[in-house]
Design a protein around this ligand. Structure first.
Ligand code: AMP
Ligand code: ZN
Length: 454
């Protein structure tokens, strides 16, 4: 069965497949804005996209997927931060890029094949703006900025189904003074000495010096690194409008061809019923949770516990549940033999992932297999499941002075208990006791102690 994914443009499930004759699947995911730490809401989007990347690689082959994810290192927010801190833009964006990379590594997210920056692609953005101006899709405003003329692109609004009335409300906060139409958006922003500090580049022909608008960077980087038509474009749901709508307008008017064959948007992570966001200040970073004693893998697990196209409420309880689920998976792993089982008992797990990336159904299927009294599975097939989810299981915590056979019995009993197979768990407890050990169950793990001799 091919991977099926909901397409936000056509509003239906569609199979994923590479269209290019070279057979390489072209995948673009809008990346972070590097002016502050990414929060775990951002990481929900990146972890979901990481599972998608892993599935694509399993389906088409690791060398048949090209994944590009950008770094937004110049925009209103990054410039605002340099003004606040009175430090150079590059210093700030480098600091948060490094932090982002460290968090991605801790969460076991694969690095994209190319990670282009907006400041590294000014030329490409200017080139594209010049083409749009030549073709009559963009115009110079009196202050030297350049705007995209949405009236020149009849398909504008197809992705978001935005009506003209809504457009006026949504865009009214933007500087309407220089535009022909309130819906027009900036491709190039003329330099403003009081706001922009020393951040400026020479602009497109006839325009003033300044900096690119946010949307054009993705169009330009996609064209350069993936080509004019890509197979899949993704991001969080907040990017659907105006960011992705604007990307389509810019790219299709410039290149004259379909921009993305498939659009996928994942939903937000909430806290107390509202979106987790930097501007609201209601967020957790990965570091906050690690400080509370949760592992990055438990964070990853918790972020995958809800359907990616549904909002997910973050709670510390879900972190506890994730911790104990991981302990169960780890204990289960120790009960498996390397190979020797030919059929894939985990096929329902992959079927759920391939069906619109239904991670909760896939985890449900996984646990219902694990919870069977006896599971015929090889370690190799289980590892393939872990690989798809991107879950790395720590080795069982080293336990000083506990012999390996006792630890193996204890792990087996933990799995049985999680599976609510209390008869087996009790029998194993007796076996442990006969060998001179007591096992004390805690929430997400257990303690082993030698029985006192009487
Ligand atoms: P930003 O760094 O703000 O450009 O956002 C990076 C990515 O995180 C984008 O794909 C956003 O759509 C996504 N995002 C922002 N807030 C959340 C949230 N609360 N839950 C899930 N994804 C989010
Ligand atoms: Zn983008």
């Amino acid at each position: 069965m091919p991977i099926q994914l909901f397409d936000s443009l056509e509003r239906k499930l569609k199979p994923l497949a590479p269209a290019h004759p070279d057979g390489v699947f072209r995948f673009y995911n809008c990346g972070p804005t590097v002016y502050a730490p990414a929060h775990i809401g951002n990481f929900r989007t990146f972890v979901v996209n990481d599972v998608l990347r892993r599935l694509l690689e399993l389906e088409f082959g690791a060398d048949r997927v090209k994944h590009v994810r950008n770094l937004t290192d110049v925009d209103d927010r990054t410039i605002g931060q340099t003004q606040k801190e009175k430090r150079p833009l590059a210093e700030i964006t480098q600091k948060w890029t490094d932090k982002f990379h460290a968090d991605c590594d801790a969460l076991n997210c694969l690095r994209p094949h190319v990670e282009p920056t907006a400041t590294g692609h000014i030329r490409e953005q200017v080139d594209m703006i010049e083409v749009l101006m030549e073709k009559g899709n963009a115009y110079r405003a009196p202050d030297g900025s350049v705007y995209f003329k949405i009236a020149s692109f009849p398909a504008y609004g197809a992705l978001s189904r935005i009506k003209e009335r809504e457009l006026k409300v949504t865009n009214s906060a933007f500087d309407a003074d220089h535009k022909d139409d309130i819906g027009d958006f900036a491709l190039w922003k003329a330099y403003k000495p009081e706001e922009d500090g020393d951040v400026q580049w020479p602009g497109p022909r006839t325009a003033a010096a300044g900096r690119p608008g946010w949307h054009i960077e993705c169009s330009a980087m996609i064209k350069k690194h993936l080509g004019e038509t890509i197979d899949l474009h993704t991001g969080g749901v907040d990017l659907l409008f105006p960011h992705h709508e604007n990307e389509i307008a810019q790219s299709q008017c410039c290149n004259g061809t379909t921009f993305a064959r498939h659009w996928y948007h994942s939903e937000h992570l909430l806290v107390d019923g509202t979106t987790m966001s930097k501007s609201k200040g209601n967020y957790y970073t990965l570091g906050d949770l690690v400080e509370k004693g949760y592992s990055p893998m438990a964070v990853r697990y918790a972020l995958l516990s809800g359907h990616p196209r549904k909002q997910l409420n973050f709670t510390l309880d879900s972190m506890h549940a994730a911790g104990s689920a991981l302990a169960t998976l780890r204990a289960f792993r120790t009960t498996l033999h390397a190979s020797g089982v030919t059929h894939d008992v985990f096929a329902p797990v992959f079927a759920a992932l391939q069906d619109d990336l239904n991670t909760p159904a896939a985890l449900g299927a996984l646990f219902s297999i694990i919870n069977r009294k006896s599971v015929e599975a090889s370690a190799a097939s289980f590892d393939r499941v872990l690989l798809a989810f991107g879950l790395k299981l720590d080795a069982p915590a080293p336990r000083a002075n506990v012999p390996a056979d006792i630890l193996a019995l204890a792990e087996k009993r933990w799995v049985a208990k999680q599976a609510k197979d209390f008869a087996t768990a009790d029998a194993l407890r007796q076996e442990l006791a006969a060998a001179g050990w007591s096992m004390l169950d805690r929430k997400t793990d257990y303690k082993l102690e030698p029985l006192k001799k009487v």
